[in-house]
Design a protein around this ligand. Structure first.
Ligand code: LLP
Length: 425
């Protein structure tokens, strides 16, 4: 459920008609709904109630900042008691700036630099998810030097097929993430003895946009076995991080498991583990809490197919269709009731700048407004300035109010950061 609904023939974000935002802020623009974010945050937490009950601990829910790092979005989630899963110093700094307490921050990622590890130590974040023996040794050494103890888990690679798009699958043996299960005991043993590290558990994340719980359940079963083996080997295991990955519906007919289906599965899979659990949801919280609002520049007759609806948003603003062939519903802001079949494209000079082909959609003409739905996760954050188009603006709606939460960065401002060196004049 989201708060983007037609009222009096016009698509609203909560109580704000989208044409007002288009008029006042311009297009393209991402529009987020605070009420939807809050709703999703609460529904996800409620889904985990059986887990909390069974383990006797409130789980840590660390929002995957990569899915939507906007400060206002992070602030909404901080207010909901969420922590943050970060993968760079930049994300760590944002999470802190949004008021997320350091102890609720988890640092993931295969390529944390020395400076990033230091930053995490300095800020005393809650957990480092270590992805290699080498990283563990480096973290231990830095922590010991600073007189700190890094709280850490070892991320394992369970070699499970998440059955999602290959580019967002992370738990197969050939993926770069985590420690292969066959090496887990040996690496854990080595790192657990290092001064500066409190290696207290394991972490896993097998991929994103999962529409089936089975791969998650089989990964969690492997984690459960590893926890038992580690304990058998004398290690004290108190924390397990089960990552994110729960999918969302992008189009009619897609029926991903609900947070409560997910929570029941997790409670079943983790029964008897006796650990503090952490989760790193991104898309399921932010995806349907945002749309990309765009205006039709013109409609051009097709060659031997449907017309091209050319919108002012492009692949630089919303990369998912070009990168993953992803589907985003496309709806008129003031639907006439008529429909058309169209190729929906942006202005960028490559054929990859296509949002949809042969799409049955609301009839649109030059000047009309439309939205790409489910754009709140992995939308603005993946924008670029390709074709010197500048960076897209972001707005948050709350009831009948709205605010610009990220300015549009004009192409001219980006150009201002460039120099022509003297040796060229
Ligand atoms: N934790 C870790 C360690 C991750 O790598 C990710 C996502 C998440 C949590 C959050 O996963 P979620 O709950 O959002 O599925 N750009 C792609 C998605 C990349 C996901 C990368 N990792 C897309 O637009 O589909």
């Amino acid at each position: 459920m989201d708060h983007f609904q037609i009222r009096g023939g016009v698509l609203n974000a909560e109580d704000v008609p989208l044409p007002r935002i288009a008029e006042e802020v311009g297009t393209p623009v991402y529009v987020y709904s605070r009420a939807t974010l809050e709703r999703h945050a609460r529904v996800f937490r409620a889904g985990l109630a059986p887990v909390a009950e069974q383990s006797g601990h409130e789980p840590l829910i660390a929002f995957a900042v990569k899915s939507n790092p906007n400060l206002a979005v992070l602030k909404v989630l901080a207010n909901e008691g969420y922590g943050a899963d970060v993968v760079s110093g930049g994300e760590l700094t944002r999470a802190l700036a949004a008021g997320m307490p350091a102890e609720k921050i988890v640092f993931s990622g295969v390529g944390k630099t020395r400076a990033e590890l230091e930053l995490g130590l300095e800020k005393q974040i809650g957990q480092f998810n270590i992805e290699s023996r080498e990283e563990g040794c480096e973290l231990a050494e830095l922590a010991a030097k600073l007189g700190r103890t890094a709280q850490a888990t070892l991320r394992i690679n369970p070699d499970v097929d998440a059955k999602t798009h290959e580019k967002i699958s992370t738990g197969k043996a050939e993926n770069k993430f985590g420690i292969p299960l066959v090496h887990a005991l040996e690496v854990f043993d080595e790192l657990a003895h290092l001064e500066g590290l409190n290696l207290r558990g394991v972490a896993v994340h097998i991929g994103s946009q999962l529409l089936d719980l089975e791969p998650l359940e089989s990964a969690f079963a492997k984690v459960g076995q590893l926890v038992a083996d580690l304990r058998q080997a004398g290690h004290k295991i108190t924390h397990v991080d089960l990552g994110g990955g729960l999918g969302v519906p992008y189009k009619a007919g897609e029926n991903p498991p609900s947070p409560s289906d997910y929570g029941s599965m997790v409670a079943r899979a983790t029964d008897g583990w006796g650990v503090h659990l952490a989760f790193e949801p991104g898309r399921v919280i932010a995806g349907n809490a945002g749309v990309l609002l765009t205006r039709v520049i013109r409609v051009k007759r097709g060659g031997n197919g449907p017309p091209f609806v050319i919108v002012d948003a492009a692949m630089n603003d919303l990369a998912r269709p070009a990168l993953y062939g992803a589907w985003h519903d496309f709806d008129a802001v003031e639907p006439s009731g008529e429909s058309m079949t169209a190729n929906i494209v942006g202005p960028i000079c490559e054929t990859g700048d296509t949002f949809a082909r042969d799409r049955e959609c609301d009839a649109l003409q030059s000047g009309d407004l439309a939205v790409f739905r489910t754009a709140g996760a992995y939308g603005a954050t993946m924008a670029s300035s390709y074709n010197s188009r500048g960076f897209v603006a972001e707005v948050m709606v709350s009831g009948s109010q709205y605010a610009v939460v990220a300015d549009r960065i004009a192409a001219a401002a980006i150009m201002d950061a460039e120099r022509v060196p003297d040796f060229l004049s």
